[in-house]
Design a protein around this ligand. Structure first.
Ligand code: GRF
Length: 197
């Protein structure tokens, strides 16, 4: 059984999709939800699925030494970032090489990098007069929004769209693709590892 930890900071609508998708799956399960925010709605969503949660502070995350044993205790194999606000520290990236996935609400490398999150992304898309936007699912490395791209999908941006309109359209794409891309990536990677061993 492969154990996932979902890292979130807010509403967790992507986390909700992922928890639903893997419910009853015999190979992959969501074993832990890590939140950077004690008020985050994702904590209630996780409770609804009976999935354990922990809250971490920025200091906890920076002193990676504290988080790693927690992930180990929960037998975490892959980390799924779903609206997690802070950068993942080096030691965790090195421990989970090619095993951390993120979703970003733009067509990377456009509109990515430090400070590019939430509505700011869609405001920038609007300001630049882009005709299309979309979402990117990628692996996490040591730089912001820079790891290998696993999947992208595009949506139109209309002249009359507000940043909120763009955000809603992109979020729909995220909900549609993220769980399936996680499943495909992990399943094929694990098969490959088995073949190599
Ligand atoms: C999503 O737009 C995702 O791309 C970004 O953060 C947002 C999270 O939304 N990384 P939610 O908490 O899953 O609703």
């Amino acid at each position: 059984m492969i154990h996932l930890a979902l890292f979130c900071s807010g509403s967790g609508s992507n986390a909700q999709q992922i928890m639903e998708y893997f419910l009853g799956n015999v190979q992959i399960k969501v074993a832990l939800v890590v939140s950077s925010n004690p008020e985050a709605y994702v904590l209630q969503r996780a409770a609804g699925f009976g999935i354990p949660t922990i809250i971490i502070s920025k200091e906890d995350l920076k002193s990676e030494g504290d988080l790693l044993p927690i992930l180990k205790n929960h037998h975490i194999d892959y980390i799924i970032l779903a609206g997690f606000i802070w950068k993942i520290p080096s030691k965790i990236v090195d421990t989970f090489t090619d095993k951390i996935l993120n979703i970003h609400p733009s067509l990377l490398p456009k509109f990515g990098g430090k400070g590019m999150y939430g509505i700011k992304v869609h405001e920038a898309v609007k300001l630049q007069g882009e005709k299309e936007s979309g979402m990117t699912i990628h692996l996490v490395n040591h730089k912001y929004d820079d790891g290998r791209i696993l999947y992208q999908d595009i949506c139109q941006v209309f002249a009359q769209d507000t940043p909120e309109d763009i955000s809603q359209r992109v979020l729909k794409l995220e909900h549609f693709h993220y769980s399936r891309v996680i499943d495909n990536y992990i399943t094929s990677r694990e098969l490959q590892q088995m073949g190599n061993s």
